[in-house]
Design a protein around this ligand. Structure first.
Ligand SMILES: Cc1cc2nc3c(=O)[nH]c(=O)nc-3n(C[C@H](O)[C@H](O)[C@H](O)COP(=O)(O)OP(=O)(O)OC[C@H]3O[C@@H](n4cnc5c(N)ncnc54)[C@H](O)[C@@H]3O)c2cc1C
Ligand code: FES
Ligand code: FES
Length: 1295
């Protein structure tokens, strides 16, 4: 859908009564109802006292999030997207409405601080923590391994807190309530498992005393502290007069209308939930904000004369509740239960808690292209909107007419819904790119009145066709008095529908042909669902409903060795409670220092190859608080954030040096005294450009088509040993998969503090050494003047994006801090982060394979292209080469690897770079072979496997057959697909051999403190959620010293202690750090030994004290490098079986069951390793099914928000997710017999698109037997891609 930036204001005509007053308390002439001026608003944070916010310190655009974090310094509440899409900012609000206490979750990034007057706000710090007592929900999440990087944890806890405080919920309701909380690390399973213990129908519940603890304050009445705050509430309207604007709070409709009448020339904005700003950014500040959330007439509802009347500003969740209850009480309103189901798919719980019906309708009114679900439902049901103007005149109009109504100084007062008897048939649909919390790619509502089978009236309403399309009027008219359940009539109806549907094509929206097909398919689905049973063929009944998802579950199987505890013990992360209680400090949480400044990139808004002609910063400098602008000319050293060392050879400019290399390339930074000011002012920098010299080439296909061979660099070719001749089939094709944004929840950021002779840098990086080199080279200062520290306990996720890309941010911030001699913090808003920073390499393969009748490859020729963008520093050739071979016999294979230069940002390593894409490619080729020759894909894979080199894969493969009951399930799938035309199931089995490369070095320092014998470790790796601190460092250290785990702590990584350490990535770091740690521990143990011998069975503490007294050095370092004895590459194996169900009429997907056997050697920390497998696989689900980066022709990224870039949510994960680690599976060359874990499992997720193809094979044959069962692998299997590949057309849509 189109996102336009709008000016959210309406203007009025006459001067307002208080205008002209020279400020001061209600300085205006009051010619109407007296309004109280108040200078403070009141709120209470959790257990704290009632507090007052001075109105002059904030403005209505100040969000609760900004206030909590920047003014009250409660940084446990996080922020990321600032648009209600990620949930990291969720807090719980307590309010007393009509004497009843309500607790609900809100997105603090959307709520204006002025809306908080009278609220009690529960923050993560307020509900529990180390100094009070951890809240049971905080403990639950921690103890169930529900955190990795921890950035999402406070939002998760607060959402659960609000949910639980609102009354009992079932597991199903609970699982349904996390659509607004994204987690990129865990894969949700452990989070849901933890919280489901609080469900009313939980099998395994939390101990009862814990539950009481949670509900003790849930008494439904206004308790003392609430009363205190209630008294601060004022039932008379009041206003805050601010510097440039006013905030008016009204309680009665007549006051609101009077206010509108007297507004004068002031611009104004009605504020209800204030959530629409999450979709359409507000760019202008109105003169007056009018808070309508407490206007009784707008927020109440009633049933009168067979109608339901809802106040315009009833919230969406309240509407759901009203619809459910009303539908139960009155058969004429039975249809409302379906409306409730539909609204349950709108946004997410925190948004729906405060977002209102009127706010949604006005968003549609102002932006006709917005696919409003509320508008769709109300228009389908012939609702009447009661609009009242400032003269108190009311009109009642249809939603459709409302869109054409001038709403200036008008209010949506109420919505009237009538009853329908059983002759009416109704269904509505919302088809989304993922299960929840995303706008519709298409929505539809059907309401038919039937007389027998004949149509008396028809309403067919669609959203997301084009901004003006509402009704399929021609189809509606045609169907009147026709028999709805006659195939001939239906065929004519489809034809008419097809001809009147006119979908527009506005990127990044889905393609018109898809939306048209989907619209017709949904109409067919409706017909099937309302048709009498005996008229629908049994096979076609499968098209009647959408996919229904049960509550998800998981199984985790692993072995441990108690004798070695804490090694191999399933412990929770060291940092878990710190994270779940909001104590974890990320870069943006570091308290601001005196004179703190903030920086934001100014980026090029022009296609690659445009030349910068002029940069005019004057408008930016007019903004109060702007301090400086720096560009390439201000860099004392090299304008390069990837200085040439080691493997890096390509210059990557910090700021554009003249010719734009990619759309949104940074050209400078604005520095200001506030983050929001810096971001806003950066947009005001005016840059003029020359015309670009060429149209951007963005994909490998663009480059190949353009014949731009100078952009293609040949990296390597693997040659065959032989070519076999039993060629029965030749299969040619290509494989194409696009990029993936890492979606680390903590965006790229850095805090730099100048010291007397250098810089103290706190980057959110996976590679301290590189940040240090880059800053020193850009500033031309020695490296020993750049001190670096990582955050502790964790970086808020990285997934590869912070290996090299953080250097851009940290170097820019370092430049500003160095130049201004002031601390500079820089965190990139999500859009900037997605615009500027490169992503996973898009991958394109052309192949030509000859096989025998069993699918054994006789020859394979393939060209593999990775799209590096403008980069070229982060090579993935060896990873691609290794994993493309997988576990197969490659003697007859020839393949070449190429690096392609395109006009987009420099792409970068992303979890399993090269290997993820190449495993997908080779598995896709194997399955293409299978479908082409009519042999089962598993048999083709087994026929090509190199069992001599990879016996383990044969072992795992066999185990999978029994563990996952493959044979029986394949049979059941076949039967199911035969019996069902419009739902298909499919399965795919993927084997994996993944090579661990060992090139890196790390230093570890271990300190033992003589006072109490505790141990502190610092290492050169970076903890970013993968559990390095717990798994390797603490568990191994405790094991080596024979002390309890609690005695070991891990401090921040620090370049003074661990100089020159390699990046944390490639799955290697945990093992390597562990290796170095063991060496350090051995050194210390050797030093302790003589003293130990002199003592009689000393305790650890006594031993250490004695050593100290004997002048034994109690600190030691260890070092890992690839040159260490015994270090060698090894293979990691895995097998995955994935079963899916696809709705053939919509393209929607359910992952029914996933079984993974993962080779972790002897796991050192099974829970941590399970978390890595689950999290990685779910990240892979996103890559292969929902995540798409779409560019404009100019090269601008159009999917750079949570609104349009879709990572998997809690209901996208496998319904049944089973992970198993083979037991007694030592890795002879691994550290402590273990294997690495972080990356390989993500590669196994290619089983999903292949299982989808397996499901579609049956549908394609039924649609058109002349077409191949296989369809090319081109981009992720989104609903769009899947539906378009079903080969559906409406001629098949019979009863
Ligand atoms: C993350 C996210 C996901 C979303 N997903 C969906 C989705 O899938 N489907 C969907 O349909 N919607 C979706 N929405 C939109 C959501 O439903 C709206 O943001 C919400 O309903 C707006 O209500 P509000 O009270 O917050 O409006 P506000 O933001 O307070 O106001 C919006 C506009 O309405 C005006 N207004 C408010 N009340 C009145 C009134 N009584 N009379 C006249 N004008 C009034 C305001 O002046 C303003 O112009 C999503 C929103 C977010 C943030
Ligand atoms: S920061 Fe508020 S929802 Fe993302
Ligand atoms: S733990 Fe959820 S985003 Fe990292």
């Amino acid at each position: 859908m189109r996102i336009k930036i709008s000016i959210a204001k309406r203007s009025a005509a006459a001067p307002a009564p208080w205008d002209g007053a020279a400020g001061g308390v209600d300085g205006g002439k009051r010619t109407f109802t007296p309004w109280n001026f108040i200078s403070e608003l009141f709120y209470r944070i959790s257990r704290g006292k009632v507090k007052a916010v001075k109105a002059e310190d904030v403005n209505p655009e100040t969000t609760l999030n900004t206030y909590l974090r920047d003014k009250v310094h409660l940084t446990g509440t996080k922020r990321m997207c600032l648009e209600g899409g990620c949930g990291s900012c969720v807090v719980a609000v307590e309010d007393v409405v009509n004497g009843q206490k309500l607790i609900f979750a809100v997105n603090s990034c959307l709520v204006s601080i002025f809306s908080c007057h009278g609220w009690k706000i529960h923050t993560i710090e307020g509900i529990g923590g180390p100094t009070t007592q951890y809240h049971p929900i905080q403990k639950l999440l921690a103890e169930n391994n529900g955190t990795q990087c921890g950035f999402c944890s406070s939002g998760m806890v607060m959402n659960m807190f609000a949910l639980h405080e609102s009354g009992p919920v079932t597991k199903k309701q609970l699982e349904n309530s996390f659509s607004g909380n994204l987690c990129r690390c865990t894969g949700y399973r452990p989070i849901l498992s933890a919280f489901k213990k609080l469900a009313s129908d939980a099998e395994e519940k939390v101990p009862s005393n814990d539950i009481e603890d949670i509900v003790s304050c849930h008494n439904g009445n206004c308790v003392e502290p609430c009363k205190e705050i209630c008294e601060k509430k004022n039932k008379a309207g009041f206003f805050y007069k601010l510097r440039d604007t006013k905030w008016m709070k009204v309680y009665q409709l007549k006051d609101l209308l009077e206010l509108l009448r007297n507004l004068g020339t002031n611009t104004y904005l009605l504020v209800a939930g204030n959530t629409a700003r999450g979709i359409y950014r507000r760019t202008e500040i109105p003169n007056t904000y009018i808070d309508v959330t407490s206007v009784t007439e707008l927020t109440s509802y009633s049933v009168e004369k067979e109608t339901l009347i809802l106040g315009g500003n009833v919230t969406l969740n309240k509407a759901i509740d009203i619809f459910r209850r009303t539908s139960e009480k009155n058969p004429g309103f039975a249809y409302m239960s379906q409306m409730a189901e539909h609204i349950d798919l709108v946004a997410n719980v925190p948004v729906r808690n405060i977002g209102t019906l009127a706010g949604n309708l006005m968003t549609k009114h102002d932006h006709n292209e917005f696919p409003s679900d509320i508008f769709l439902l109300l228009e389908t049901f012939e609702a009447q909107l009661v609009i009242v103007d400032s003269a108190e005149r009311e009109i009642s109009i249809s939603p459709k007419d409302f869109l054409k109504t001038d709403m200036n100084k008008r209010v949506i007062k109420s919505i009237i819904l009538k009853q329908y008897d059983s002759t009416y048939k109704f269904v509505s649909y919302k088809i989304m790119p993922r299960a929840q919390n995303t706008p519709a790619v298409l929505n539809a509502g059907f309401l038919f009145k039937l007389n027998g089978n004949a149509v008396e009236s028809a309403r067919i309403v669609y959203g997301a066709i084009n901004p003006n399309f509402i009704h399929a009027s021609n189809t509606e008219n045609f169907l009147k008095s026709h028999n709805l359940f006659d195939n001939v009539v239906l065929k004519q109806a489809y034809q008419i529908l097809e001809s009147e549907l006119d979908p527009d094509y506005v990127l990044p929206d889905s393609r018109p042909e898809f939306r048209k097909l989907l619209a017709i398919s949904l109409f067919y689905k409706f017909i099937l669902s309302v048709a009498p049973d005996d008229l629908v063929s049994p096979r076609n009944k499968s098209g009647r409903c959408l996919l229904k998802r049960p509550v998800s579950k998981g199984v985790q199987e692993f072995g441990t060795n108690k004798k070695k505890y804490p090694l191999s013990e399933p412990v929770i992360k060291l940092e878990a409670l710190v994270q779940t209680s909001g104590q974890a400090q990320y870069i943006a949480d570091i308290p601001d220092l005196p004179n703190q400044l903030f920086a934001a990139f100014v980026t090029a808004k022009a296609p690659a190859s445009s030349r910068i002609l002029k940069v005019d910063t004057s408008n930016a400098f007019r903004v109060s608080g702007v301090v400086a602008y720096f560009s390439k000319d201000d860099i004392p050293g090299e304008n390069n954030f990837m200085p040439k060392f080691n493997i890096f050879t390509v210059q990557e400019e910090i700021f554009c040096s003249g010719v734009v290399q990619y759309y949104h390339q940074p050209i400078g930074i604005i520095v200001a005294d506030n983050h929001d000011v810096a971001v806003a002012a950066a947009e005001l920098v005016e840059v003029s450009y020359s015309t670009p010299t060429h149209k951007p080439l963005l994909t490998t296909r663009d480059v190949l088509r353009a014949g731009a061979t100078d952009r293609i660099h040949h990296e390597t070719t693997v040659l065959p040993v032989r070519r076999d001749n039993d060629i029965k089939h030749v299969i040619k094709g290509n494989f194409n998969i696009d990029m993936q944004y890492h979606f680390h929840m903590e965006v790229q950021c850095c805090n730099v503090v100048p010291t007397e002779d250098g810089l103290d840098m706190h980057p959110s990086t996976q590679w301290m050494d590189l940040c240090q080199i880059a800053a020193s080279s850009a500033l031309a200062i020695p490296m020993n003047r750049c001190i670096l520290r990582s955050t502790c306990p964790a970086t808020g996720g990285g997934f590869g994006a912070k290996i090299s890309r953080n250097t851009l941010v940290s170097t820019a911030a370092a430049l500003a801090a160095y130049k201004l001699r002031k601390p500079v913090k820089m965190w990139m808003p999500l859009e900037a982060n997605m615009n500027v920073i490169g992503k996973r390499y898009p991958f394109y393969v052309e192949y030509d394979v000859g096989v025998n009748e069993n699918g054994v490859i006789q020859y394979l020729e393939a060209d593999l292209y990775s799209n590096y963008g403008v980069g070229g520093n982060e090579n993935i050739t060896s990873l691609t080469t290794d994993v493309f071979q997988n576990c197969y016999d490659i003697d007859t294979w020839t393949f070449s690897i190429y690096r392609v230069k395109t006009d987009m940002h420099a792409n970068t390593w992303a979890r399993a770079p090269g290997s993820m894409e190449s495993l997908g490619a080779i598995e896709s080729i194997m399955e293409h072979i299978a479908y082409s020759i009519g042999v089962d894909a598993s048999d083709v894979k087994m026929a090509n496997i190199n069992g001599t080199k990879h016996p383990k894969i044969l072992e795992f493969w066999k185990e999978m057959q029994t563990k996952a009951d493959i044979k029986a399930r394949k049979q059941s799938i076949e039967l199911y697909n035969k019996a069902n035309r419009w739902k298909k199931r499919g399965i795919s089995l993927v084997p994996m051999a993944w090579t661990l490369e060992v090139t890196a070095n790390y230093t570890v320092w271990v300190s033992i403190f003589h006072g109490d014998g505790t141990v502190l470790v610092s290492h050169g790796g970076i903890e970013m959620g993968q559990g390095i601190n717990t798994k390797k460092v603490a568990q191994v250290c405790a094991y080596k010293f024979g002390i309890p785990l609690e005695k070991v702590a891990v401090g921040p990584s620090y370049n003074v202690i661990s100089p020159n350490s390699s990046t944390t990535g490639g799955s290697l770091t945990s093992e390597a750090v562990c290796y170095a740690l063991i060496k350090a521990c051995d050194t210390l143990l050797k030093r302790l030994e003589p003293i130990r011998k002199k003592m009689k069975n000393p305790t650890w503490k006594d031993l250490i004290e004695q050593c100290f007294n004997s002048n034994v050095q109690l600190g030691a370092s260890g070092f890992y490098s690839e040159d260490e004895p015994g270090i060698q590459e090894y293979l990691i194996y895995g097998v995955c079986a994935t079963e899916v169900k696809v709705d053939i009429l919509t393209g929607q997907l359910q992952i029914l069951r996933v079984d993974i056997i993962e080779d972790v050697g002897n796991s050192m920390s099974p829970l941590i390793d399970i978390g890595q497998v689950e999290g990685a696989f779910v990240m892979g689900i996103g890559y292969y099914t929902t995540e798409e980066i779409i560019f404009s022709d100019e090269g601008e990224i159009l999917t750079n928000r949570t609104w349009n870039y879709k990572v998997p949510g809690a209901k996208d994960i496998p319904i049944d997710f089973r992970i198993s680690f083979p037991q007694n599976n030592p890795n002879p060359v691994g550290v402590l017999k273990s294997k690495a874990i972080a990356e390989p499992p993500i590669c196994l997720s290619c089983a999903i698109p292949l299982a989808i193809r397996n499901a579609l094979a049956s549908a394609r044959t039924e649609s058109d037997p002349s077409k191949p069962k296989w369809y090319p692998f081109d981009g992720p299997s989104t609903v769009e891609n899947t539906l378009l590949n079903t080969l559906n057309n409406y001629n098949q849509y019979v009863l």
